[in-house]
Structure formats: C-alpha cells, structure tokens
Design a protein around this ligand. Structure first.
Ligand code: 5RP
Length: 219
C-alpha cells in the first residue's frame, strides 16, 4: 500500500466524524484533497465549508460545495485537516503547504479538530520535518537570525508567497521536546505571523491510515 492509499483511508474515516454538522472547516494538502473528493457524496447534507486556503476553496467549488466566509460562519463544530508530523499527544507540525496561519485560525474556532494522516507522519518527537514559520516579508532576515538563536537552521522558501502575502521560513535541525513552549517562543518574535507548531491548540482526534486499517488516537 502506498502513502497515498493510506492518506485516502484516513480521509474516508473522517467522514464518520461529521455527525450532523451542516458547516465544517477544512484544511489543505493532498490528504485533505481525498477528503474533499469524498465530500462530494454527502454534499447535500452540507450548507457549506470554510476553507483554509485558496487551493482547497477551488477544489470545493469545482464539485459544487459552497465556500463560506469564516466571519459569517461563526463557530464551527468540526475541522478536518492533515499534518506534516504528529505525535501521540496529538501535537502537530503543519504548514508544508504554506497555509498554516489560516489553518490555525480555522482550528481555533472549531470545537473538534480531526487530523488525518498516513502512518509515515506519526513520530515520537516533532522536528524532523522542517518547521514552517510564516513571516512578513520585511522581517525575513531578522526572524531568521532569531530562529538561529533558538537552535534552528531557517531556509527561505523562495518563490513562495502565502495566501496572506507573506513568506515562509522552513526551520531545519530542531528537536522539539516541548512543543507548546517553542510555539510560544517563536510566536513572540516580532515579524512572525504564525508558527506551524499546533500544540496549544492540538488535534482532538488523530486518524492514522495504515495499509490495512485506520488507527484512532484521542486525547
Ligand atoms: C498545509 C498543511 C498540510 O496539512 C500538510 O502539509 C500535510 O500535507 P499532505 O496532506 O499533502 O501530506 O499543513 O499547510
């Protein structure tokens, strides 16, 4: 079984977690794309979806699902999104697709955050995946120097601009033993918009797709 099959298995399992929600939030990435594709079969039950990115919004619209403005939607009951890494405490690294800030916002307003991953994403310690940090463009060099002081090796994701008009620094070489602490430290650097550690608002349910099953991990 390929990682893609395992992502799809986790994505299909997430359909069972929507209950009777009429408006849901969704994230970004190849795992979420499987989830969006699966939503087509139940789209009649939904009033619409709040999307964390232009890319997911486009995919939703293509299958006839209305995309709603978060300010009008209010609190959401369920948010479904992928991750680049997840540990057993349901703390995550996200932002490989560069949508981390909007993903944080949608996760923050959702009662349940269902995270869907394939088994390669499950780790004991976060940090092998380079940590994405969204930064306003003029602060790029300053923030990079501050990240070096924290022990990281920041790498500017050249040619990439976020949906918010900012840049991404991917920070290599971190062993993140205390995710909520590092999340707060990086968030406090002037010029940082948000960091891809999701520990203060972690997932509530982690669905991990394997070759023959989906494992459910809850808090
Ligand atoms: C985008 C994200 C994605 O959830 C993360 O990159 C996982 O992507 P994929 O499902 O393609 O492996 O955080 O900003």
């Amino acid at each position: 079984m390929s990682a893609e099959d395992n992502k799809k298995r986790a994505a299909l399992e997430a359909l069972k977690w929507l209950d009777d929600a009429r408006v849901i939030g969704i994230g970004t990435g190849s795992t979420v794309n499987h989830f969006i594709d699966a939503l087509e079969s139940i789209k009649g039950r939904l009033d619409g979806v709040v999307s964390s990115s232009g890319a997911s919004a486009q995919r939703l619209k293509a299958i006839g699902i209305p995309v709603l403005d978060l300010n009008a939607a209010g609190e959401l009951s369920v948010y479904v999104d992928g991750a680049d890494e997840a540990n057993h405490r349901l703390q995550l690294i996200k932002g490989g697709g560069g949508a981390l800030t909007r993903e944080k916002v949608v996760a923050a307003v959702s009662k349940q955050f269902i995270c869907i991953v394939d088994d390669s994403k499950l780790v004991d310690v976060l940090g092998r995946f380079p940590l994405p940090v969204e930064v306003i463009p003029m602060a790029r060099s300053y923030v990079a120097r501050e990240l070096v002081k924290l022990g990281g090796r920041p790498d500017w994701r050249q040619g990439f601009v976020t949906d918010n008009g900012n840049v991404i620094l991917d920070v290599h070489g971190l062993t993140i033993l205390y995710p909520p602490v590092l999340e707060a430290e990086i968030n406090q650097i002037t010029g940082v918009v948000s960091v891809g550690i999701f520990a203060r608002r972690s997932a509530d349910v982690l669905l991990v797709g394997y070759g023959d099953r989906v494992e459910k991990i809850t808090r």
